[in-house]
Write a protein that binds this ligand. Structure first.
Ligand code: BGC
Length: 376
């Protein structure tokens, strides 16, 4: 187990119980981590030469607002906790992310925090981390097909979907209204394990209405593979929405709702509607509360977004990092849900909430997430 090996290395370097040279891999593996917990106040360990521990933070892309915020918060929180930070963005290119993580490993990072571009593609560098005893935390997106992932911190991804589905149910009053209503569906990147959770959460809520005919998916496209959006791309979501609108809604059919798994895809749908649809404006869901999308909410172009406070996630992950290096028990609150096909990864789930035009002030402004002028 990489954690055990890592703790073995800490015992050797930070506590200096045995000389560093004595820490061969074999001995590290054999050296059991002490069962006792260090106190909360234990100081963040430093290297033998008194330098700060370096933590590698690998983010997928700078093109979406949220990852910039995640990166900024992670860096600030880690530094405040006494760590040095190597923060890199992978430009949505798996090869770039692989080489950035390899550099982090070779330059002495003690823990890796990774938000993967493609959850299954990082096996080679995860093996390198394992070989060096470097613990790995999957950030927001689960790292798949590897038993080297030690922890996972994210928002409750299934709940994100149920919030979106329930918003549509409530707003169309599906429990009482006769309907039928027309709906279309846009989901996320098939390489991102979260995308399936969002889709499943929403579809579990909406499926009974689709099956009873109260909700009609006019295009007929409802399976995940049909509605997925590679790389969560706004342009891809837009061109699929354009083709659906011109094929199925051009003759004046009304569209009542468009389930979008996140804000970048919702923006694509909003753009497509602007040029290709003149009927009653549909309810559009989203996720992230990106500035563009909150502005669209205020302009009645997007009904809601799911708010995932990235400050909360960053704080939780920094706590995990600190607990790992101090050899404390790591806080998790879910040990069943996140199976990456090699193991069930111990997870800390943060709670998402919905935001719309009516509550955005309380959720986004009063909490200090945005200042009002950013939304003008
Ligand atoms: C995140 C979402 C985000 C999407 C696109 C997902 O993994 O959980 O918050 O909208 O990626 O970046």
């Amino acid at each position: 187990m990489s954690i055990k090996r890592f703790l073995g290395a800490i015992l050797c370097s930070a506590l200096m119980i045995v000389p560093m040279a004595g820490c061969t891999k074999k001995e590290e593996k054999a050296s059991k981590a002490p069962e006792t917990q260090a106190t909360e106040s234990a100081k963040t360990p430093e290297t033998q030469s008194g330098e700060k521990y370096k933590i590698g933070v690998s983010m997928p892309t700078k093109t979406l607002q949220r990852w910039n915020q995640d990166g900024d918060y992670m860096k600030a929180e880690l530094e405040a906790a006494g760590f040095e930070v190597d923060l890199q963005y992978g430009a949505n290119d798996v090869a770039t992310q692989l080489s950035q993580i390899e550099n982090m490993i070779n330059s002495g990072c003690k823990v890796l925090v990774i938000a993967a571009i493609e959850g299954s593609s990082l096996g080679s560098v995860l093996d390198m981390a394992e070989a060096k005893g470097i613990p790995v935390i999957a950030y927001d997106r689960l790292l798949m097909d590897s038993d080297t992932v030690d922890y996972y911190a994210t928002f409750d991804n299934y709940m994100v979907g149920t919030i979106q589905g329930n918003y549509i149910v409530d707003t169309l009053d599906l429990k009482n209204a006769a309907g039928p209503f027309n709906i279309e569906i846009t989901a996320g990147d098939p390489g991102d394990n979260n995308a399936q959770f969002f889709y499943n959460g929403a579809m579990d809520v909406l499926k009974p209405y689709i099956e009873s005919g109260k909700l009609n998916v006019v295009s007929g496209q409802k399976d995940f593979t049909e509605v997925a959006t590679s790389e969560w791309s706004t342009e891809t979501a837009q061109s699929r929405a354009e083709s659906i609108l011109s094929s199925f809604y051009a003759s004046g059919t009304n569209l009542d709702a468009w389930l979008c798994s996140n804000d970048s895809t919702a923006t694509g749908v909003v753009n497509a509607l602007a040029a290709n649809y003149t009927g009653k404006y549909p309810i559009i869901t989203g996720q992230d509360c990106d500035i563009t999308n909150v502005k669209n909410m205020l302009a009645d172009k997007q009904a809601m977004s799911v708010f995932k406070d990235t400050r909360t996630l960053a704080k939780q992950v920094v706590k995990m990092v600190s607990q790992i290096v101090k050899n404390e028990t790591v806080d998790v609150n879910d040990t069943k849900t996140y199976d990456n096909r090699k193991k069930v990864v111990p997870t800390f789930l943060c709670e998402p909430v919905f935001a719309d035009k009516n509550n955005y002030k309380e959720i986004l402004i009063d909490s200090g997430y945005y200042t009002e002028d950013k939304l003008k």
